[in-house]
Design a protein around this ligand. Structure first.
Ligand code: TRP
Length: 457
């Protein structure tokens, strides 16, 4: 593979702010609003939140800096950017797999992400049509189960999500990705703040606050620590190619360190705000906080069906979710599109269509898992799960932490300190802190969590 700098230029963000907005858009998604509240609920609340925050600060931020650095150096898709840094530093060619693994993880994630984004889209219409008004829990559960067991419904909504994603990505970095994030991200934030305000007034804010911030360490298991770690990677969109990819489009004068810290803060704030939007309603209506993936699709609509202005609020909530999911979906597909352009000589439009079609096929695995077809159940390591569950845990619990592990090691040990500093422009003390984090602390923590889980420790 030849990896001369920028033979193919995909584009560049117009300015620093657009980069931060787009990268935050990639980070903020279903992970923050759909997944974080329900896994927090399943793992007992407060203590989990603390571990999660620690994972973001100690591991997430350094790994994000490392990824953006790789992208900014390479200026191409993750595979080629990493290959270039490998070549520059004369490291073993095997390190190239770090880039490839990210792109594969991103692709796998999008295969179920697009399906869940499709649920959100469908629920905008259900909410706006007044379908929740006065509904009982059993009715809402049935509605959800009926919906996710209909292949036609799932296929249609997933296809819509993928088609819109392909259209936006086909338009390129500035005309597609940037334009979409510019209106969706602020829109999402305004809607979220509005719903938090509403929840504070009409919901049980104190109960929600206590649930989220009162740490009960008894409820914390090794598995929940791994979940927190995996989710911090998932939520920051790490180890899935994108931070390398978006880093490749970085304008020259952007500070990698500052922008990474801002992105992490913004992502974490949105996740906490999503908790503060959802749990006050959950507690006010005595619903079950640990309801799992159905939390926002079965539990919340109950509240929307009973509260004043619930029809409007419900619609706004799902529109917000669609915006959040969409700015992530376009990010998830971008690295495979860039790779097809560079390596296979595709035009951007062809690449977007090809990547989108591949994803559509792959999304069938998740769709049929939800529908409940027998062939999607797979028994491995003594447990039987659906393919969706396998893909979800393979990516979040294995590929992302492992990707982060190797990215830290690679940038920590294989990239020469002066090269790193040439790009990051920090003082010697800060550089040492970053390198120690990447060389020892991050890989070690990830390793310990892993070994502990598989019972070695
Ligand atoms: N961070 C996204 C979320 O919280 C999910 C995600 C993981 C992602 N990896 C990604 C999004 C890569 C875009 C690109 O929902």
């Amino acid at each position: 593979m030849s990896c001369k700098p920028s033979q193919v230029v995909h584009g560049q963000w117009s300015n620093r702010l657009t980069y931060v907005l787009a990268a935050t858009g990639a980070a903020v998604g279903l992970g923050n609003i759909w997944k974080f509240p329900y896994i927090m609920g399943e793992n007992g609340g407060g203590a989990f939140v603390l571990v999660y925050l620690a994972c973001i600060a100690i591991i997430g931020v350094p790994v994000m800096i490392a990824e953006v650095y790789l992208g900014k150096q390479g200026r191409q898709s993750p595979m080629r950017s990493v290959a270039r840094v490998v070549q520059e530093n004369k490291s073993a060619p095997a390190w190239r797999f770090v880039g490839a693994m990210g792109v594969i993880a991103g692709y796998l994630i999008l295969s179920f992400y697009a399906v869940v984004a499709g649920w959100a889209l469908a629920y905008v219409f259900k909410a706006a049509g007044g379908g929740f008004a006065g509904a009982s829990p059993a009715y809402l559960q049935d509605t959800f189960e009926l919906f996710v067991s209909s292949p036609v419904q799932l296929l249609s909504w997933t296809s819509i999500v993928l088609i819109v994603t392909v259209v936006v990505v086909a338009k390129g970095v500035q005309n597609g990705l940037e334009k979409a994030t510019r209106f969706m991200m602020p829109g999402m934030l305004v809607l979220l703040l509005f719903i938090v305000g509403y929840s504070a007034v009409y919901g049980d804010f104190t109960a929600a606050f206590n649930f989220m911030f009162a740490a009960d360490f008894d409820k914390l298991t090794t598995e929940s620590v791994l979940t927190a770690l995996g989710h911090s990677f998932f939520s920051l969109s790490l180890a899935s190619g994108i931070m390398i990819m978006y880093g490749a489009y970085l304008p020259k004068n952007t500070s990698i360190i500052k922008s990474s810290i801002w992105i992490a803060i913004a992502d974490t704030c949105v996740a906490l705000l999503a908790g503060l939007a959802i749990f006050p309603i959950v507690f006010a209506f005595q619903l079950e906080p640990g309801a799992g993936p159905g939390l926002i699709f079965q539990t919340l609509p109950l509240a929307f069906g009973q509260m004043p202005g619930g029809r409007l609020l419900g619609s706004l909530f799902f529109i917000m979710l669609v915006f959040a999911a969409f700015t992530s979906a376009i990010a998830l597909i971008e690295s495979s599109v860039a790779w097809l352009i560079e390596s296979k000589g595709f035009s951007r439009v062809q690449a977007a269509i090809a990547a989108g079609f591949g994803l559509w096929l792959l999304s069938l695995l998740s769709i049929f898992s939800f529908v409940g077809h027998d062939w999607t159940r797979l028994a491995l390591f003594g447990t039987s799960h659906s393919l969706f569950e396998w893909i979800d845990s393979l990516t979040a619990n294995v590929m992302l932490p492992l990707g982060g592990f190797f990215i830290s090691l690679f940038v920590g040990w294989k990239v020469a300190a002066d090269r790193l500093n040439g790009e990051l422009n920090i003082n010697t003390k800060q550089l040492t802190v970053l390198r120690v984090l990447l060389q020892f602390i991050c890989p070690l923590i990830i390793l310990l969590v892993f070994l502990n889980l598989i019972g070695v420790l």
